[in-house]
Design a protein. Structure first.
Length: 187
């Protein structure tokens, strides 16, 4: 009887441990994407949901990296830029959450594996090394953001998502110019 109870306990422990490990390895963005595919597959919203997912993932990493910049950065320009990123992207993230809730779009709750890797790589740097890497990353990231948001502002099917994307383009362009100036100062 003791052997059966002990065996059952071991099996239950292994199953619980396996379940916990499998949940940890799931990419939050992929989970949200799968949920959206179930809800919106073969509808006009499919591309709009992909944009929303990418925007949410990008917004999350912008804030997380800015918070990291406040700790690992050295220059006043980096600190000032990080303040802008936290303020502007936190506001945009909240607006997107509300819009997604209204449209029944699932968004990632944490960084995707790819964005987490970017964060982890940046977290290894300190001081001037961090400043250079952060400035360079922000230029590249905002160039991509401007392009994606301009495309969404033109191509999204949902008028609310389209308008939200269009409304963010000027801020993203401003961030890009700020990032270029910051990068010029760190090189």
């Amino acid at each position: 009887m003791k052997k059966i109870t002990l065996s059952a306990l071991i099996v239950a422990s292994v199953m619980t441990f396996s379940a916990c490990n499998s949940n940890k390895s799931e990419d939050s963005k992929e989970v949200a994407e799968e949920q959206n595919e179930e809800k919106f597959d073969d509808t006009k919203m499919e591309d709009d949901t992909k944009f929303a997912l990418a925007a949410a993932d990008g917004g999350l990493v912008e804030v997380k990296l800015a918070e990291l910049a406040k700790v690992n950065g050295a220059s006043k320009a980096v600190m000032s830029f990080a303040d802008s990123m936290i303020k502007d992207h936190s506001k945009a993230n909240e607006e997107l959450k509300e819009l997604a809730k209204e449209k029944k779009i699932s968004l990632p709750m944490s960084l995707s594996d790819a964005k987490q890797k970017d964060y982890d790589d940046m977290a290894k740097k300190k001081g001037k090394d961090f400043d250079k890497a952060y400035a360079s990353f922000m230029v590249d990231d905002h160039q991509e953001d401007v392009s994606e948001f301009e495309k969404a502002a033109k191509d999204c099917k949902d008028p609310d998502i389209k308008a939200w994307a269009a409304g963010k383009v000027p801020t993203l362009q401003h961030h890009l110019e700020m990032a270029k100036t910051m990068k010029d100062g760190t090189m």
